[in-house]
Design a protein around this ligand. Structure first.
Ligand code: CP
Ligand code: NVA
Length: 305
């Protein structure tokens, strides 16, 4: 059956646990220079309507390492930027390649594309969600600290695509998220695609959100698409900077994550992101490994390790 990964909850808990284990195996073989080419002759189309370093590189390199090919498309150079309906693009592109990754604006765009696609579609970031990043983040947590079940993640900052996806992941994998956003930037459970509010708690003070947390994480104050609000956001978010004091009230073995790109001195201090509790480079690298497991799963189903 055709399977897409448009939001985190598109995969069940069992499927996610399978992917984390599979990512571990794929990563370990890769580190031992053992070639693994299950996707020979398969082609990935990567459609970017927003900028990217990590997502493009990890998907392109990942597809290459699995024996396949990746093609980069952007709005500027394709008919998508000249008003070709996204439904038509879905029909055509999915007749020419085996799998598609899209980074775009509204989630509705990727849903419309997927509804007209004959092949799996992966969300490489939308305004609402960033599911591949959270796959990598949770895989990184597991590598460093073991199962995330029952653990507490502190989210400090904007209730953006990363925050929404953490909240969805908490429901599927049964952990808790303590969220602290400035007034006016609160979580909207419906937009986040949540079933309820059991797995998250909101805190007015970011210090309270971080208290006792196993993982402290944040993201830029101004996401792609919101640049016009930048000056206002710099003022509104000034007290939501993750600093040493916040890390101090988290568990003593708490780790820090950021999906990157980061702005030192804004959402996080250099002391924290470059400090001993930060795992941001492992987190970035793990995009490669989890997405290889994801593409393999969407194209070939479960593989016996
Ligand atoms: N974290 C992330 O998705 O980075 P890029 O915007 O560089 O792809
Ligand atoms: N929230 C950020 C993430 C970038 C990877 C954005 O959407 O711009």
């Amino acid at each position: 059956m055709l399977k897409h990964f448009l939001q985190f909850k598109d995969l069940s808990r069992d499927e996610l646990l399978y992917l984390f284990e599979r990512a571990r195996v794929i990563k370990s073989r890769f580190k031992r220079y053992q070639p693994y080419h299950p996707l020979v002759d398969r082609t990935l189309a990567m459609i970017f309507e927003k900028s990217s370093t990590r997502t493009r590189l990890s998907f392109e390199a990942g597809m290459h390492q699995l024996g396949g090919t990746a093609i980069y498309l952007n709005t500027r150079d394709t008919q998508l930027g000249r008003g070709e309906p996204v439904e038509d693009a879905g029909e055509v592109i999915s007749r020419m390649v085996d799998i598609v990754m899209i980074r775009t604006y509204e989630q509705e765009i990727i849903k419309r594309f997927a509804a007209h696609s004959r092949v799996p579609v992966i969300n490489g970031l939308t305004n609402e969600y960033h599911p591949c990043q959270i796959l990598a983040d949770i895989f990184t947590f597991i590598e460093h600290r073991g199962s995330i079940k029952g653990k507490t993640v502190a989210w400090v900052g904007d209730s953006n695509n990363m925050c929404n996806t953490w909240l969805q992941a908490a429901e599927v994998l049964d952990f808790n998220v303590h969220v602290s956003t400035p007034p006016g930037y609160e979580v909207e459970p419906e937009r986040a695609g949540l079933y309820g509010t059991d797995n998250f708690e909101s805190f007015a003070d970011p210090m309270d959100a971080c208290r006792g947390a196993d993982l402290v994480t944040t993201d830029v104050w101004t996401s792609m698409g919101w640049e016009a609000e930048n000056d206002e956001r710099m003022k509104d978010f000034a007290d939501w900077q993750v600093d040493a004091e916040m890390m101090q009230v988290a568990k003593s073995d708490a780790i820090f994550m950021h999906c990157l790109p980061a702005h030192r001195g804004e959402e996080v201090t250099a002391e924290v992101i470059d400090g001993p509790q930060s795992v941001v480079w492992d987190e970035a690298e793990n995009r490669l490994h989890v997405q290889k497991a994801l593409m393999e799963y969407l194209l070939l189903g479960k593989i016996e390790s």
